[in-house]
Ligand binder design. Sequence first.
Ligand code: COA
Ligand code: MG
Length: 304
Amino acid sequence: MHPERSVLSVPGGRPELFEKALRSDADLVFLDLEDSVVETAKAEARRNVVRAVNELDWRGRPRAVRINAVDSPYCYRDLMDLLEGAGNRIDLIIVPKVERPEQVHALDILLDQLEAAGGIGHRVQLEVQLETASGILHAGSIAGACERLRALVFGPGDYAASVGMPMSAIGMEDEWDAAYGAPRLQYPMHQLLVAARAYGLRAIDGPYADYRDNEGLRRAARRARALGYDGKWCIHPAQIPIVNEVFTPTEAEIAWAKEVLKAYHEAERQRRGALAIGSTMIDAASVRMAESTLSRARAAGRGF
Ligand code: COA
Ligand code: MG
């Protein structure tokens, strides 16, 4: 599957940015109809986005759009215009503020009908954002709600607002993290990760608001990577190289993974399931860890 280390968001109301975004090194680019578009500009943004899905060169990436939340007054029209105007070309729809599995079922049924009515030959995939107390509470049932799902995406800003957590800017640490004594988003991020993996989905972190604070971005990205996340949203092109780097296994990690596999397979020929490299014990679990590193490396285009 196409990698998803960096995911660049582009406001649907700013079509002059679309080509630039698509020429970037972001693994995934999506055009946004939700929070970066004011209410009075929703209709125009839909027209921009339909045109871009039909006409622009997405350079092999899935063509992706974020619609408005299922309980907003814009969602049904977003879906109809996208599927009726660009149904043969839209690959992926990102749905914000998903709170319950029934919302995913409803979208699934509507998409079935729009695909059938439009003679659309492929199934549109879904990524859903969990970014409210209810979304995190129901993460497992949401993750298992439909076969179209390919990722769960964490939304730090909306989550903080939803639970009453003070946060000065989206996805950033501030003095309240020091007051708490630990990174405060660890719980919802871990919950999302486990739900995603239980259903074979990707786990993607949300954005980091300050696009000039490279060190802060790197710390936040490394924290998500340390948990097991596959990638992170970017709001500005300057964030893409940092995020791609953090979510690509390092040379040292790749070399170690290969060494583990080689040593294990040699031991296996001697009918031994546990061995040591130096003083480090290796067994079948180490093999699974090494394979996970190598499959990330391959997804990131690091062939060997
Ligand atoms: N996609 C594509 N191009 C972008 C971009 C994006 N998300 N953000 C900035 N750029 C472009 C700018 O247009 C500019 O291009 P230029 O050099 O050809 O003039 C260049 O990158 C540098 O931009 P800069 O001047 O540093 O930023 P800005 O002040 O124009 O914009 C933001 C800052 C935050 C308003 C803008 O980055 C943005 O709208 N980001 C996306 C927000 C979003 O999608 N939010 C919802 C999801 S979380
Ligand atoms: Mg949000």
